[in-house]
Design a protein around this ligand. Structure first.
Ligand SMILES: Nc1ncnc2c1ncn2[C@@H]1O[C@H](COP(=O)(O)OP(=O)(O)OP(=O)(O)O)[C@@H](O)[C@H]1O
Ligand SMILES: [Mg+2]
Length: 241
C-alpha cells in the first residue's frame, strides 16, 4: 500500500494480502490487499452488495476466506455493526456496556453525545439513532486499539453525525486508535479518512484520500452517470496490489 519511505515510521496494524471470500460458491470478494498503519483511518466505500461488510467479517475471522489477514498482536478490536435487532432485548444501556467493561461509561456516552440518563433506558426502547450511538459507545468503552465501523451513523440525525465524528477524531488522537470505516457518506469519507478503498467485489481504487476528489470517487463507485458535470479534478490513483 505504501510506496514512499516516509510512511514506514509507524507500525503496521493490519496487513491484508490476496483476500478472497466465496459464499455458496459465489465470489463475494477477491484479490483485496492493503496495509494499515497505526492511527490511520481507512474508509471503505462501494455500492450495496459490494462486499464491505463481508470484508469486515473476514478481517474478524467470522467467515472463511482465502489469502492472508494479519493483525499486529496487541490489536484489541471494537466493532460497530451495521445493525442490531434490539427490540426485545430486556437489558438497559448500562447493563449492555457493562457486558464489555465496568468503567468509562461517561466518557464513551459523552463521545457519542448521549446523556447519562440514557444508561437507565432499555436497549429496546431506544430510537434507531440512539441505538446506533449506543453501539458506538459500546465499541469504544474499553478503549480498543482498532475500531471497525460499519456505517456507524446511518441511523443518526444529519446534524448529529458530524459531532460524533469530531468527537471520535479527538478520541482517536488521544488513544491512538486505528480505524476502518464503511460509509456511504462521501463528506465523512473525504473529511475523516486518510486512505480510501473503493470496492466492488474487487478493489477499484486504493488512494490517499487527499489525492482523490469526491467527484472522482463517486465516478469510480457508481459510474460516470452520477457524476456532477463540469469538474476536472486532479487526482492520483493507485490500484491495490
Ligand atoms: N451469509 C451470506 N449468504 C449469502 N450471501 C451472502 C452472505 N453474506 C454476504 N452475502 C452476499 O455477499 C454480497 C456482499 O454482501 P455485503 O453484506 O458484504 O455487502 P455490503 O457492501 O456490505 O452492502 P451494503 O452496502 O448493502 O451494506 C451480497 O451479494 C450478499 O448477498
Ligand atoms: Mg454492509
Amino acid at each position: 500500500m505504501h510506496e514512499d519511505s516516509e510512511v514506514l515510521r509507524r507500525p503496521v496494524v493490519l496487513s491484508v494480502s490476496g483476500l478472497g471470500v466465496k459464499v455458496g460458491g459465489k465470489t463475494v470478494l477477491e484479490n483485496v490487499s492493503f496495509n494499515l498503519e497505526a492511527k490511520e483511518t481507512l474508509a471503505i466505500v462501494g455500492p450495496n452488495g459490494s462486499g464491505k461488510t463481508t470484508l469486515f467479517r473476514a478481517l474478524m475471522g467470522l467467515v472463511p476466506h482465502s489469502g492472508r489477514v494479519s493483525w499486529s498482536t496487541e490489536s484489541k478490536i471494537g466493532l460497530v455493526p451495521q445493525s442490531l435487532v434490539a427490540t426485545d432485548l430486556p437489558i438497559t444501556v448500562a447493563e449492555f456496556l457493562s457486558l464489555k467493561c465496568k468503567a468509562g461509561f461517561q466518557e464513551s456516552m459523552n463521545s457519542v453525545g448521549l446523556g447519562m440518563e440514557v444508561l437507565r433506558q432499555r436497549l429496546g426502547s431506544l430510537s434507531g439513532g440512539e441505538l446506533q450511538r449506543v453501539l458506538i459507545a459500546w465499541a469504544i468503552v474499553d478503549r480498543p486499539r482498532v475500531l471497525l465501523f460499519d456505517e456507524p451513523t446511518s441511523g443518526v440525525d444529519i446534524g448529529a453525525e458530524e459531532p460524533i465524528y469530531q468527537r471520535l477524531e479527538s478520541l482517536k488522537e488521544q488513544l491512538g486508535i486505528t480505524t476502518l470505516l464503511i460509509s456511504h457518506n462521501m463528506h465523512v469519507v473525504m473529511h475523516y479518512s486518510d486512505y480510501v478503498l473503493a470496492l466492488n467485489k474487487r478493489p477499484l481504487l486504493f488512494s490517499e484520500t487527499k489525492n482523490v476528489s469526491h467527484t472522482k470517487l463517486l465516478e469510480i463507485i457508481y459510474g460516470a452517470q452520477v457524476t456532477p458535470q463540469g469538474t476536472a479534478p486532479q487526482e492520483a490513483e493507485r490500484p491495490s496490489s
